[in-house]
Design a protein around this ligand. Structure first.
Ligand code: NAD
Ligand code: UDP
Length: 326
């Protein structure tokens, strides 16, 4: 593994105008990527079938002169016939456990066929291919924090496997197209990310807790609340992506926040921000990972130091945003 020495690397903000196709553009992360690239002067083609996304996220950009939207299921093909692309960024996939468990077959297909369709499109255009993978490839980890060299502990037939194994396959086929067809690929493993534009009903812990707190309902803690996650604010993820596009490195890179919290610690932060909250303990879902924390040494060596928003600050901002929409 060769790590480039040129640090800190520039971001897409300094590159020539690019033509970028983003699958999953109507989703939480995809819509922030669209916004960032349009603001930087690039041309963006968004593709989505709204299985877990929101039309309101497409509406934000519909009238933008450099934005085009294609409604399509990328597992069946990506019907793009426009000018030469510079990048295909594959972010389409249900991502919250309730969504992917409601659509397990579709989730496997978008990780498998959807990824291959994106790779074929990139290959045909001589474009780069950027894969949104996940910390879920580490499963319920035996190594903590998780470095990219850890191969993971995933139950291949469990209720989370439709997502975890789809992403593991997506990584494998991305490396195969890189090695055997010469596609210029990137793979990121995203750790739990939150912020404005998450679907209010997506069922992820921060969305649930914030909405429950705003409605004065008890916060639903699964299990005893001792399990941990490391929560990354959306802007920090987008900054990392924008810099990694510019780095010629093809193996997976973790993108996340280094601070780790138990769910009970998260409750305390929400409680401080919103008012007095109560807790309702519910059963821990099957195969729920006990810990999750990114080893960020590789990221640091590739793109240098980038700022992290603290959980308290990010939650405060997210609460203000969600209370406007509630
Ligand atoms: P999201 O559900 O908000 O967005 C995903 C988007 O993909 C949705 O708009 C959905 O309609 C679209 N989509 C799904 N299947 C499709 C298909 N077959 N064809 C076309 N569009 C399709 O989820 P998100 O949080 O924005 O996640 C985006 C990506 O980042 C996903 O690939 C996810 O696995 C990855 N990721 C996210 C997180 C996180 O914490 N948000 C963590 C790890 C990885
Ligand atoms: N969780 C919780 N209450 C909720 C939703 C989730 O305690 O209302 C827990 C869940 O069991 C997990 C953690 O919060 O341990 C993060 O869950 P999320 O669905 O946000 O992401 P993931 O499990 O994919 O990391």
């Amino acid at each position: 593994m060769t790590i480039p020495e040129s640090q800190p690397v520039p971001s897409t903000a300094t590159s020539e105008p690019l033509r970028i196709l983003i699958t999953g553009s109507a989703g939480f992360v995809g819509s922030h990527l669209v916004e960032r690239f349009l603001n930087e002067g690039h041309t963006v083609i968004g593709v989505d079938n709204y299985i877990s996304g929101q039309v309101s996220n497409t509406d934000l950009f519909r009238d933008h002169p450099r934005f085009t939207f294609i409604e399509a299921d990328v597992s069946h093909g990506i019907p793009y016939e426009g000018e030469k692309l510079d990048w295909v960024m594959h972010f389409a996939s249900p991502a919250s456990p309730p969504h992917y468990q409601q659509f397990p077959v579709e989730t496997l297909m978008v990780g498998a066929q959807g990824t291959q369709n994106g790779l074929e499109l990139a290959h045909a255009h001589g474009a780069g291919f950027f894969l949104a993978s996940t910390s879920e490839v580490y499963g319920d980890p035996h190594v903590h924090p998780q470095p990219e060299t850890y191969w993971g502990n995933v139950n291949p037939i469990g209720v989370r496997s439709c997502y975890d194994e789809a992403k593991r396959y997506a990584e494998a086929i991305t490396m195969a197209y890189h090695r055997s067809r010469g596609v210029n690929t990137r793979i990121i493993r995203i750790f739990n990310t939150y912020g404005p534009r998450m679907r209010p009903d997506d069922g992820r812990v921060i969305t649930n807790f914030v909405h429950q707190a705003l409605r004065g309902e008890p916060l639903t803690v699964y299990g005893d609340g001792s399990q941990t996650r490391s929560f990354q604010y959306i802007d920090d993820l987008i900054e990392g992506i924008s810099r990694l596009v510019m780095v010629n490195y093809h193996e997976p890179v973790n993108l996340g926040n280094p601070d780790e919290f138990t769910m009970l610690e998260l409750v305390k932060i929400i409680d401080d921000e919103v008012a007095h909250t109560s807790i309702r303990f519910l059963d821990l879902p099957k195969d729920d990972p006990k810990v999750r924390n990114p080893d960020l040494n590789l990221k640091l060596s590739l793109i240098g130091h980038t700022d992290f928003k603290s959980l308290r600050e990010g939650i405060s901002f997210t609460i203000r945003n969600m209370s406007k929409r509630a």
